[in-house]
Design a protein around this ligand. Sequence first.
Ligand SMILES: [Zn+2]
Length: 333
Amino acid sequence: MNKKQLKSLYDICSYTRHKGSDGERAMIDKHIKPVIDYVDDYGNLYKRIGTAPIIWSSHTDSVHKEADPVEQTCYIDDGETRLFKGEDKMCLGADCGTGVWIMLQMIKAQVPGLYIFHRAEESGGLGSQWIVEHPEASTGTDQDHWLQDYKHCIAFDRFGNNSIITHQGSRRTASDKFAKALGDLLDMGHQPDDGGTFTDSANYVDLIPECTNLSVGYMHQHTNREYQDLTYLLQLTERLIDVGAEIGKLAAHRDPSKEEFLDYWGWGNVSGLTSTYAVDYRYGDNDLHDAIQSYPETVADMLRSGEAFCMDDTELARLIEDRWLTEDNRKYG
Ligand SMILES: [Zn+2]
């Protein structure tokens, strides 16, 4: 991989991509349309390479606001190690511009699998939900739903640089065995992480055995302090290109017909929650809610120590993120 290839990432992030906006449309037309072979009735975009039973997943929208200008300026540091935004209210949109970019590089390198560029993830995974609810779109499969022909769905929609998500909204979506095997193949120090919130792969949990989400190197997503670690991104993409075909051959261990929930925080068993938990409780525009979902252990500690009061929501969200970054023995991440 060389840094020249990052130019298209800078371009992707230069469009604001509120669901259905002109910016999202322009980004899709310029970067995704030229390489895909199918668009469904909801607008999700697909590219198939080979026959490997693996889905690679990202989303085309971002948490930009409807009223944001179509384009924005992004910056990189001198060493080209970081992509970030200026001091306005908008986010960078590496969530999920980076995921889109990784998939474009993998397609270029002909890594086998089915690539799905989902729509409207930030509004509660609407594009992937549509796919689940429209099995009639399937052709040539013996299954009730064509998604059941797949063993793995790997989303590129997680902050940080070491997570392979095993649980989303407290429900198990991928086995530890699979997460470890994927981490071993990548050989970059990734660990199984049960602190996932929600991304499109969670919607496939009843149909596909191993549904995960992988750290792609952005931080502070959904805020104007969002940045993308470019060094990590280049390394990760190179590894995915090198071992992507092997990832598609990994064994699947989780039984998608069984539900398993985390029992955490000593709050008793949460198995009463349904798989719609994460969708129902997702508020794309709510910074504080997002910080709580992303760093639950930090929030729990702050509440226990009674220090988190008398601040407004934005201030509190920043404090949670800062605290999370400086903790050395955190549980998640
Ligand atoms: Zn995302």
